[in-house]
Design a protein around this ligand. Sequence first.
Ligand SMILES: N[C@@H](CCC(=O)N[C@@H](CS)C(=O)NCC(=O)O)C(=O)O
Length: 204
Amino acid sequence: MKLFYCETLNPRKACAAARFLNADVEFVRIDLGRGEQKAAEFLALNPNGKVPVLQDGEKTLWEANAIMCRLSDIVGADFWPHDERQIDVMRWLSWDANHFTRYGAELWFEKEIKPLFGQAPDRKVVEDAENNLRLYARVLNDHLAERRYVVAESVSVADFALAAALPYAASSQLPLDEFGHIMQWHDRLNELEAWREPFPVSDR
Ligand SMILES: N[C@@H](CCC(=O)N[C@@H](CS)C(=O)NCC(=O)O)C(=O)O
């Protein structure tokens, strides 16, 4: 199996999951700066021209959350549960994409990625994203007040999805300091080497 990735927010989830699950994947780096994601060969794998992509024989799968779930199934783990927890995990994946990481990733993009290409952050977009992130962070913070992980008692794909922007909290100045339960939960995820160090060392 090949996992196409770059050292950015979305592939980070898939790489962390592959490491966490000890999945037998070959990491293949795509250089986004050089536009390798828009090459015909790569577009044949993912017509969106984005990483991550998982190639498993004839099957290719794009979207980081789906890749995390697939890897869990391949190794027979509980990371993508198949019992009554699954609906709850699904709920958080959906909420995250539409609310929490939607705005966290927007701030990461405005503050870290645009400057790499010589562009200034859009102040209106930043202000709007900060306000929305605070709004939704309150919901997650309250949910985590008496829980170690987002769903049930163990780490699931919901944790890795919801935490996607948190490694960039300081560098992207995410307005999350006041949300102690979120920060403590992310400290717990950082105890996992796979979450702390998701990318192949030789490429960093
Ligand atoms: N919804 C996709 C988003 C993937 C995505 O946006 N990947 C970015 C890197 S974080 C990318 O490949 N960007 C390159 C481009 O758009 O040209 C997922 O979760 O996998």
